[in-house]
Design a binder for this molecule. Structure first.
Ligand SMILES: [Fe+2]
Length: 496
């Protein structure tokens, strides 16, 4: 078939033995967001190093599941042409197949859907992805959402919602019907669902376009996990949906750091809501990969650093009831001694503001007072999505106390939000100490008055997944009255 042109023999150096486990046992490699770009792209090397690592460690892998954004399909902020995209698809398929020599299943992500325009990739999906999947599944795959059985397990792959209205409608019905079928079939012990966007966001104010499937998927007790990507995180979080049930969402991407840094050190985790949180581990992108092993009733998930150790492992027999067998690094709590207050070399107040009223006439600056002294103003930021950088205000070290009061007078009743607020200090001995993150998203007035509009635009449903309602649980919101000063405290952990 044209899409499987052989031209990359340099990658044909690895072969994997098929599973030699007991009859019903198997292992799959979970990958996402590779963003294949050109023959010299860094994704190629990462994929090859994962394959080498698996072989060196002697892991038995039966197949690969990819959660989308296989190709980049974009250049300098614009979608590339269908013709150029075609080359990326062909290269990506050829590379993953020749590197792993294993069945490869995937669901389309937003990048996979680009082509001439942001929604224009349907031709390549129909002419390249679907024939590729047909070959992998040895049957005719006509739509980018499909299911298959693997021993005692049932796999469902979803299309990215919001790119084709017709398929969106069909998919919703198909998902419900398929899960219903799996729930009633006594031979199906495990159900694994894959989709590119998250069912719930962890930090971003979007990228949760599959939030509309959360209710459906949570209903079915056989679902072991929903695997996604999109945000380039490596996380495992459980949303408790009843006394005895919880849904696990695993997000994974091997593009990122060679160190595991817990996201909640500097970011306020929004979902699942604190009252519905079960198992919870959150990391930004890490150079590592998940392996998922099914052993009869048990599912085991492990995470290996590429060329390094197995650093994280957890398992369950009942979906949502997770036991950790290898504990990964967690957020490191830092402490200040009373005497350290005299030893501060530098201090910063980190804040992440959202100020939608950019063009308010004659708007005064929003001043920030720290322990009654003016330390700066709130930067004007209208977009909570792309402001990935940490915004901070440098503080005179002599102002820092163990317990710090931050006040933002708002005499003109401006609408704004604040999140991810914390203080950072560096001591003369080089030690860095952080307060805990303020545990609420702050709004200067009742939050229902605030409109947020930076999600994916759906042709009939409007902007997807970016309202405050869909992103921040009410238990994490602190609102002030219009015109009232916004105030909160940031406290260092003290050690005697
Ligand atoms: Fe994506």
């Amino acid at each position: 078939m044209k899409i499987l042109k052989l031209g990359f023999c340099m990658f044909c150096f690895l072969t994997f033995p098929l599973s030699s486990f007991a009859e019903n046992n198997f292992t799959f490699l979970f990958l996402g967001d590779l963003h294949y770009n050109t023959p010299n792209h860094s994704a190629n090397k990462i994929v090859e190093s994962i394959a080498r690592d698996i072989k060196d460690k002697g892991y038995q892998v039966d197949f690969i599941c990819h959660s989308g954004d296989l190709i980049e399909n974009q250049k300098a902020g614009h979608p590339i042409s269908l013709e150029e995209g075609r080359k990326q698809w062909e290269f990506a398929f050829s590379h993953v197949k020749s590197t792993f020599k294993l069945p490869f299943f995937m669901c389309p992500g937003n990048h996979d859907w680009y082509g001439d325009t942001w929604f224009g990739g349907k031709k390549n999906i129909e002419e390249l992805l679907l024939p590729f999947l047909s070959q992998e599944l040895k049957r005719n795959v006509k739509k980018p959402f499909y299911s298959f059985h693997w021993n005692n397990s049932y796999f469902l792959f979803l299309n990215h919602y919001g790119f084709d209205y017709g398929w969106d409608l069909e998919q919703a019905r198909w998902l419900e019907k398929s899960l219903n079928y799996a729930e009633r079939n006594p031979f199906i012990k495990h159900v694994f669902v894959f989709g590119h966007p998250n069912l719930w966001n962890l930090w971003y104010f979007r990228f949760n376009e599959h939030n509309l499937y959360l209710k459906t998927i949570s209903k079915y007790k056989k679902v072991d996990a929903y695997f996604s990507g999109h945000t380039h995180y490596n996380t495992a979080t459980v949303w408790k949906s009843g006394r005895n049930h919880g849904l696990l969402q695993i997000t994974g991407s091997p593009l990122g750091n060679s160190k595991m840094i817990s996201m909640d050190t500097r970011k306020l985790i929004l979902n699942p809501p604190p009252s519905k949180r079960g198992y919870m581990r959150t990391y930004e992108g890490i150079r590592g990969y998940f392996l998922v092993s099914v052993e009869e009733e048990k599912v085991k998930v492990s995470f290996d650093m590429i060329g390094g150790e197995k650093v994280w492992e957890f398992q369950w027999e009942k979906p949502g009831a997770i036991t950790e067998t290898i504990e990964p690094p967690q957020r490191e709590k830092t402490y200040l001694r009373k005497d350290d207050l005299e030893e501060i070399l530098a201090a910063k107040l980190f804040i992440f503001p959202y100020t939608p009223e950019m063009f308010l006439p004659n708007r005064p600056e929003l001043e920030i007072l720290l322990n009654r002294e003016k330390v700066g103003t709130i930067p004007r930021i209208t977009d909570w999505l792309f402001s990935r950088a940490n915004h901070f205000i440098s503080i005179n070290p002599s102002l820092i106390k163990a317990k710090n009061k931050i006040v933002i007078p708002n005499p003109h009743g401006e609408i704004f939000g604040l999140r991810d607020c914390y203080l950072w200090v560096k001591l003369k001995n080089g030690k860095e100490v952080l307060t805990n993150i303020y545990p609420y998203v702050i709004f200067s007035l009742p939050w229902r008055h605030i409109y947020v509009d930076f999600g994916l635009s759906h042709p009939t449903c409007g902007v997807l997944g970016s309202s405050i309602e869909e992103n921040v649980p009410e238990e994490l919101i602190k609102c002030f009255k219009p015109g009232e000063a916004v105030s909160f405290e940031l406290e260092f952990n003290l050690k005697k």
